[in-house]
Design a protein around this ligand. Structure first.
Ligand SMILES: Cc1cc2nc3c(=O)[nH]c(=O)nc-3n(C[C@H](O)[C@H](O)[C@H](O)COP(=O)(O)OP(=O)(O)OC[C@H]3O[C@@H](n4cnc5c(N)ncnc54)[C@H](O)[C@@H]3O)c2cc1C
Ligand code: SF4
Length: 316
């Protein structure tokens, strides 16, 4: 690991200004992703701004009937919160499908949203990778791509966003709150947080340098049957090949977002009108523009079957 300096910020605005004011600085929250990347020298921040003293660890009801989740709420606390379990069950199910109990005790809401890809070439510093080192090429295209994306890909990168929690937040229409280095607050829909790779895959999210996530807000509950199905190579402690977050209503309508298939949680609202016609009707629309690699084309069929399982479970 490269040497770095360290400070603990006292307010969100101070944290944001501290990262923005120093090239090569990063926030650290639970550290469960960043420290691994630093040990492998995939990330080499010169300065860390620890956000753990910011007192952003509360879950509160909003006036609109929703929930506001502080960025430092741990995955364990969020998944077990009574209102989340009752009103946003897809979120509890997605979180507990990820990582391990120990990791979830440490992992924070903001850090989870911003976890980086698990593309094997991103982790191998001997391989070309446009995300790790812009302009060097993409070893995954034409390489071992079993885990990688089938939709929203570019000529520069076919990585997936690896997280589970954000897929559930996408189906719930969550809103991300931030503070900028100038001390201004900003809200953006979760659909706008993560980016497609395009020709700049080193940029994972639409946040400016030093912009700090302070909270995530969930709108008022929408009812329905909530499910999260995650298919992976190992039955636990593995990232999704494909996941499906679904909220299905008794009349057959519903919402669905897919994980493990793109550089961001993948939801196509226009396809959801086909929900009463079944999984194939929805998946055919969602994956109409899929551009898989030879060894991950199975994901399109797998996504369809996983959605079929979610629909059938909700009707049982
Ligand atoms: C072995 C292993 C298995 C895992 N399996 C899964 C899995 O199956 N599913 C899954 O979803 N996840 C999985 N994870 C990932 C885990 O969920 C993340 O490591 C964790 O959620 C990151 O949260 P953190 O608080 O530790 O983030 P950190 O490691 O502290 O930070 C991650 C990134 O977010 C930035 N950051 C942190 N907080 C903020 C903020 N408030 N505002 C702006 N930027 C911020 C940091 O600068 C850093 O770039 C796994 C991790 C490991 C190590
Ligand atoms: S898919 Fe993206 S992360 Fe993986 S090697 Fe290519 S550029 Fe790097």
């Amino acid at each position: 690991m490269r040497a770095f300096t360290y400070e603990r910020a006292r307010t969100p605005a101070e944290a944001a200004a501290a990262v923005a004011g120093r090239p090569g600085a990063k926030f650290i929250a639970g550290g469960t992703n960043l420290l691994d990347l630093m040990k492998l020298e995939i990330e080499t921040p010169e300065h860390l701004v620890d956000v753990q003293d910011l007192r952003l660890d509360r879950i509160e009801d909003t006036e609109e009937g929703g929930l506001r989740i502080g960025t430092l709420v741990t995955n364990t606390a969020l998944a077990s919160h009574p209102r989340v379990r009752r009103d946003y069950g897809v979120l509890t199910k997605a979180i507990v499908a990820g990582a391990s109990g120990q990791l979830r005790n440490k992992a924070t809401t903001g850090g989870n949203l911003l976890q980086r890809t698990r593309c094997p070439y991103f982790y191998d510093t001997d391989q070309a990778c446009n995300k790790r080192e812009p302009g060097t090429g993409c070893s995954a295209i034409g390489g071992f791509a079993r885990q990688l994306a089938v939709v929203g890909v570019s000529e520069s990168c076919i990585a997936t966003y690896p997280g589970d929690m954000a897929v559930a937040m996408r189906v719930l229409d969550a809103v991300v709150e931030t503070v900028t280095p100038r001390g201004e607050t900003r809200s953006l829909a979760i659909s706008e947080l993560h980016r497609l790779p395009g020709d700049a895959p080193h940029k994972d999210v639409n946040l400016e340098p030093g912009e700090l996530i302070t909270a995530v807000t969930l709108p008022r509950p929408i009812g329905g049957t909530h499910s999260y199905h995650k298919v992976r190579d190992r039955s636990s402690y593995a990232f999704a090949l494909v996941s499906v977050a679904a909220v299905l209503q008794p009349d057959g309508s519903g919402r669905v977002a897919f994980g493990g298939v793109a550089h961001k949680p993948w939801r196509m609202e226009a396809a959801e009108s086909a929900m009463p016609d079944g999984a194939s009707a929805v998946a055919d629309r969602v994956f109409a523009d899929a551009r898989p690699q030879p060894d991950n084309a199975f994901k399109v069929t797998l996504a369809k079957r996983t959605l079929a399982a979610a629909i059938s479970e909700s009707r049982a």
